[in-house]
Write a protein that binds this ligand. Structure first.
Ligand SMILES: Nc1ncnc2c1ncn2[C@@H]1O[C@H](COP(=O)(O)OP(=O)(O)O)[C@@H](O)[C@H]1O
Ligand SMILES: [Mg+2]
Length: 435
């Protein structure tokens, strides 16, 4: 059986001599159950007489879901040397898999004493987000106690997003770039699984409950139906199928330049408020970015005064070298309105445009990029707006913490709003040198 790229990454961690705890998941259909079965099948086959556990919050669920996938995976790898017993799986080489009931019984067994005397080589907590943290803590002390001469003790936790211990233990350190060597997380989405039935993702898109859709389709660990959201999901996704928005032939370029070469750089060409072309640089060299801006400028005949790049960090060099406008996030807002800074002002304007159905997207996009754009635009949120009366949007730093990366798409979109104000009130100094 061929693993998906994400499953491979997890499998590498599951078979190394370094990692203790591997988190895998993020959304439905990303191959969590298949990964767990594949790992224990392979390991059990090579390690005679090993002892594993597969735990879930309900033994009934474990039996139904795990055993079904176990049989499928075993068949795919052509292995049949095992049988299901009443409470687990027995390999013909003596290896045993115990199916564990990890339900929390606050009266009967408040500290998971029933696990206290078990001894395992390694194990897997399936749907770990539904399992009590104490179960994980206890199981940590129960692995590495059986046949671990040649293999490292490990616990695999598979889960969908949930704001509890799995978020704190696995997702958050990963998202913030602060993972330790022993605890690692592999973030996988349905779009990472090419083996999914064709209508699987379509069905996730049809989910009515927004929070569920965010978690299961987009792997959003932050989704909590924030009352601060400025554009609802429907308005945001509508930009991808907006066939009535007008194009006027007046082009603009907005560019978000990667900071210190770390984040990605995005350059967008707008025909009025419709994105008609774009380029993403994963690892950006400023010279490439400059060439690309020049290329787009000539291709679409766009004057420099209609081109804008962020003026923080590396962007400043691009602004100077291309002779285009610079966007200072923390800059002064255009006159007459009460915003914290230019970025907030443009964020509000962008939200207004999205909600009014005035933004469109006409170039081809892969699903991952579309999902990234949606999740970043959902981060257009009001923030702390009643403290000093000035209108603010959720700061980039907080967004980074929540979604795990810099909201580059939000930024290039938001910059487009600059021209709404600039057009309304051109300042003489903005025009010098741009003809
Ligand atoms: N490496 C793989 N090769 C072939 N099919 C796979 C693979 N990984 C997952 N699948 C299939 O993709 C679907 C979803 O996988 P599953 O493990 O059930 O996802 P999850 O548990 O994350 O919801 C299943 O039909 C499964 O058989
Ligand atoms: Mg599953």
């Amino acid at each position: 059986m061929e693993l998906t790229q994400k499953q491979k990454q997890a499998y590498d961690l599951l078979t190394d001599m370094v990692t203790d705890y591997v988190g895998y998941g993020g959304a439905a259909g990303c191959g969590k159950t298949a990964l767990g079965c594949y790992w224990l099948l392979e390991l059990g086959f090579y390690l005679n007489g090993a002892r594993f556990f597969i735990g879930r919050d309900s033994i009934k669920d474990t039996k139904v879901s795990v055993i079904k996938t176990w049989s499928e995976v075993a068949k795919k790898i052509g292995f049949s040397g095992y049988e299901f017993t009443g409470d687990g799986i027995l390999f013909s080489n003596g290896t045993e898999v115990e199916l564990l009931d990890l339900s929390f019984y606050p009266q009967k067994d408040p500290v998971f004493e029933r696990l206290g005397s078990k001894e395992y080589t390694a194990g897997w907590i399936e749907e770990a987000s539904q399992v009590n943290y104490l179960a994980f803590e206890t199981l940590k002390t129960r692995v590495g106690r059986w046949k671990n001469e040649a293999v490292k003790s490990k616990i695999l936790c598979t889960f969908n997003p949930k704001k509890n211990w799995i978020d704190a233990v696995f997702y958050r350190p990963f998202a913030n770039g602060k993972e330790s060597k022993d605890t690692r997380f592999i973030y996988a989405l349905p779009s990472d699984n090419p083996f999914l039935p064709s209508d699987y993702i379509k069905r996730l898109h049809e989910l009515k409950d927004e929070a569920t859709k965010q978690r299961l389709l987009f792997g959003n660990f932050n989704y909590d139906d924030s009352p601060n959201t400025m554009c609802d999901y429907g308005a945001i996704t509508a930009i991808f199928k907006n066939d009535i928005v007008k194009k006027t032939g007046k082009y603009y370029i907005t560019a978000d330049i990667a900071r210190f070469g770390a984040d990605k750089a995005i350059i967008i060409v707008w025909d009025d408020w419709v994105v008609v072309d774009h380029r993403v640089f994963a690892i950006s060299k400023t010279t490439d970015i400059q060439l690309c801006i020049e290329h787009f400028r000539h291709k679409y005949k766009i004057p420099k005064r209609q081109c804008l790049a962020d003026d923080d960090g590396v962007g400043g060099g691009v602004v100077d070298n291309c002779g285009i406008l610079g966007f200072v996030n923390n800059g002064r807002p255009f006159d007459g309105e009460n915003y914290q800074n230019l970025q907030s002002q443009c964020g509000y304007k962008l939200a207004e445009k999205i909600n009014g159905g005035e933004v469109g997207f006409e170039c081809d996009l892969d699903e991952n990029t579309k999902e990234a754009i949606i999740s970043e635009l959902q981060q257009l949120q009001t923030y702390d707006s009643d403290s000093d009366g000035k209108l603010k949007i959720k700061p980039k730093e907080l967004i980074k913490q929540d979604i795990g990366h810099s909201p580059d798409w939000r930024d290039v979109f938001l910059m487009r709003a600059y021209f709404e104000y600039q057009r309304a009130a051109p300042k003489p100094q903005d025009l010098t040198g741009y003809f």
